[in-house]
Write a new protein. Structure first.
Length: 156
């Protein structure tokens, strides 16, 4: 843990700590999934949308909701595992039935797009570095010595 806390590079990233799975098409969409289908119908193929606002707030209900998810479109579910108290982030995008090189490229682009949208949280060492730089900057720029009166003056 000392190595992790002293590191200036976040341990988790959007490429290693993910789960990507294709969801099958379902003929009868349950009413609880209709807002997600409507949101997917408004975007292009391989355009990721975050579905966290459509998920239940209770973690156990959320897990059950995702386990039995049924949509009328062929979709891909991307889950990023934040860890600790932050929970998981969930994205969906419409997929293509045909699997070819263009489909694989579009899928990779969608994964990279989601990766760039994942919030990055700093490590303890990163926070210490930033804090020390800010304190040093404020002290050097706000504290001005007035040579004529030999008084320290602060600028706010």
């Amino acid at each position: 843990m000392r190595i992790i806390h002293a590191s200036s590079i976040p341990i988790r990233n959007g490429i290693d700590h993910i789960k990507v799975e294709d969801l099958p098409i379902c003929e009868n969409v349950k009413l609880q999934y209709q807002p997600i289908v409507d949101a997917l119908n408004m975007v292009e193929e391989f355009e990721p949308i975050c579905i966290d606002e459509y998920l239940p707030t209770n973690p156990l209900k959320r897990l059950a909701f995702l386990k039995i998810i049924s949509l009328s479109l062929l979709t891909t579910l991307y889950i990023y595992y934040h860890g600790n108290y932050l929970g998981n982030l969930h994205w969906l995008w419409k997929s293509n039935i045909e699997i070819n090189d263009d489909t694989k490229t579009s899928e990779a682009k969608a994964i990279l797009k989601v990766y760039n949208e994942i919030p990055k949280y700093s490590t303890r060492q990163m926070r210490k570095n930033v804090t020390s730089k800010v304190i040093y900057y404020k002290i050097t720029n706000l504290l001005i010595y007035n040579y004529q009166t030999n008084i320290y003056s602060f600028i706010y």
